[in-house]
Design a protein around this ligand. Structure first.
Ligand code: NAP
Length: 505
């Protein structure tokens, strides 16, 4: 598809032209990605396209297809038509294809990481890490594909037997966010395919390239036509609503904000569709006065700065016990102050751009609000002039609980530190949120550590560690952070139905 062809109906007026300052390697990486819709094993051009921007410069990288609702339903038809054959493909064959995808992703790491950095902004080393994380889901679920269990039981009353088996739920809709543009898709596609489900994937509008590149790799790895379909669109509601309403769709797996997740849950209720929801977070990070302070600082740095603070798992509220609060803040500020900021392609950069100008405006607003309510800015605190949408590493102390940033995802490199006195107080304040994705606890006291982990209302806890994501572990939240778990031994169950057959003997 030519980038310049078609009606650029969704281009904002006066939008940035393609910049010539991109290096040959960057241009080659962007040019290597197919830009069409991936439907039934073919790439489809569309009359309208939508631009993909580089958040570090504001330049337009390219344009990708912009699906109509009819295109979306074609994707569902392709998935529905491929469902029976894929479900009947031996699990070992499905697993072999996923394993080939795992290897192909790793072999292509440099190109994929560059594409991801260009469209999303994260530094290249983090992008490499995300490619490895994505690839690992394919290996994990290649191994899980052949381990589905079942059962054969005598009825307690006698006279019959229970046969219990698992079957693929059917064509699945997978909707993903911009902040981990490949891994969030891999975390859904790999278990869906392992379970024998076909799928329609809708990546985020701002970061479609990583998913389009992944789709091409999956096709090369041997995923049959129609098993994975990708739809990019500037109007997700218009395109996805008819697909969700269609009874051929049997499952929605969504990663994104709680607000959109609630809208989708309502839509799914109309056909009682199975759902998995990986939604927003408001992670507390608790540092007790018996913590190993070096470990706590490094853990807080990882939990805060990963992905430039734009992660559902980001430490949103850092609560430190009074006796060590000053020293902890000083040490964390010292670590954050030396993190190089810049374009993610530059060597050594840790703090890349935020995804767009709205994200910067939101962070500016939250920092201003916290200051107004009594917080002290110890580092950063002022947005950087463009080009690009940068906000510096920022550290606030004495953040009161009524600051807005304690109740909403900051989604930026802002560490907000508050003080607590007792364990009970720390737990009560940590749990005082409608979210419940993850929490972090730093203490050298094992009893306290386990006690606090059990008392926290979250799906995951990092005990003396600032990163919890692992394909072999069950990832997910409670309360308004979501439903279901991705990865781990139960990740494949999200795409399986349990069937019981009563047998008269
Ligand atoms: P978002 O605005 O909720 O969007 C997520 C996806 O939903 C995008 O693909 C978006 O398309 C699509 N979408 C929006 N409206 C829709 C509609 N009416 N119907 C169907 N699809 C629709 O979230 P985001 O800003 O991309 O991502 C950040 C959020 O994701 C944060 O809240 C973060 O915590 C959460 N997140 C959670 C996890 C987790 O595992 N729990 C992981 C990562 C991120 P467009 O891009 O076109 O708007």
């Amino acid at each position: 598809m030519s980038e310049e062809r078609g009606l650029l109906t969704h281009e904002p007026a006066g939008s940035a032209p393609l910049l010539d300052t991109r290096s040959a390697a960057e241009r080659a990486a962007i040019d290597s990605v197919p830009k069409g819709l991936f439907l039934g094993g073919r790439w489809r051009d569309t009359p309208a396209t939508l631009p993909v921007l580089d958040p570090s410069t504001g330049a337009r990288l390219c344009a990708v297809a912009d699906a109509t609702p009819a295109d979306g339903l074609d994707a569902l038809t392709a998935a529905a038509d491929a469902q029976a054959d894929w479900a009947n493909t031996p699990a070992r064959t499905r697993g072999d294809i996923l394993m080939r995808a795992h290897r192909a992703l790793l072999a292509d790491t440099e190109r994929l990481a560059l594409i991801m950095t260009l469209e999303m902004g994260k530094p290249v080393p983090e992008a490499r890490g995300e490619v490895a994380y994505a690839a690992e889901f394919f290996r994990w679920f290649a191994e899980e594909a052949v381990r589905l269990d079942g059962g054969y039981l005598p009825a307690p009353t006698g006279g019959s037997r229970f046969l219990v088996t698992k079957q693929p739920v059917g064509p699945s809709l997978l909707i993903t966010p911009w902040n981990f543009p490949m891994a969030m898709g891999a975390r859904k596609i790999a278990p869906a395919l392992a379970a024998g489900c076909t799928c329609v994937v809708k990546p985020a509008e701002q970061t479609p390239l990583s998913m389009l590149a992944l789709a091409a790799i999956l096709a090369d790895a041997g995923v049959p036509a129609g098993v994975v379909n990708v739809v990019t669109t500037a109007d997700p509601g218009a395109v996805m609503t008819p697909i969700i309403a269609d009874p051929r769709s049997r499952k929605l797996s969504f990663t994104g904000s709680t607000a959109i997740g609630k809208i989708l849950l309502e839509q799914c209720a109309r056909t009682v569709m199975r759902t998995s929801m990986e939604l927003g977070g408001n992670a507390p990070l608790l540092v007790f006065d018996d913590a190993d302070l070096d470990e706590a600082v490094e853990g807080a740095l990882a939990a805060k700065m990963r992905n430039i603070g734009q992660a559902c798992t980001a430490a949103n509220r850092i609560l430190v016990q009074r006796g060590i609060a000053d020293e902890f803040a000083q040490r964390l500020a010292a670590r954050m102050a030396v993190l190089p900021m810049g374009r993610g392609t530059e060597p050594g950069v840790v703090v890349g751009p935020l995804i767009d100008a709205d994200a910067v405006a939101k962070v500016e607003h939250l920092v201003a609000d916290a200051r107004r309510r009594g917080a002290t800015v110890r580092l950063g605190g002022t947005a950087i002039d463009g080009p690009g949408t940068f906000y510096p590493a920022t550290l606030l102390t004495d953040v009161p609980d009524d600051a807005e940033l304690c109740h909403t995802e900051i989604f930026g490199p802002v560490a907000a530190i508050g003080i607590f006195d007792t364990e009970d107080e720390a737990i009560t304040r940590a749990n005082d949120t409608p979210y419940g994705l993850v929490a972090y606890v730093f203490t050298e006291n094992l009893r306290r550590g386990l006690r606090v982990c059990e008392a926290l209302d979250t799906g995951m806890v990092g005990l003396n560690q600032g990163v919890v994501s692992n394909p072999a572990a069950p990832f997910g939240g409670v309360k308004e952070s979501g439903l279901g778990r991705e990865g781990g031994f139960t990740g494949i169950d999200e795409f399986l139905e349990t069937k019981y057959i009563g047998v008269k003997v």
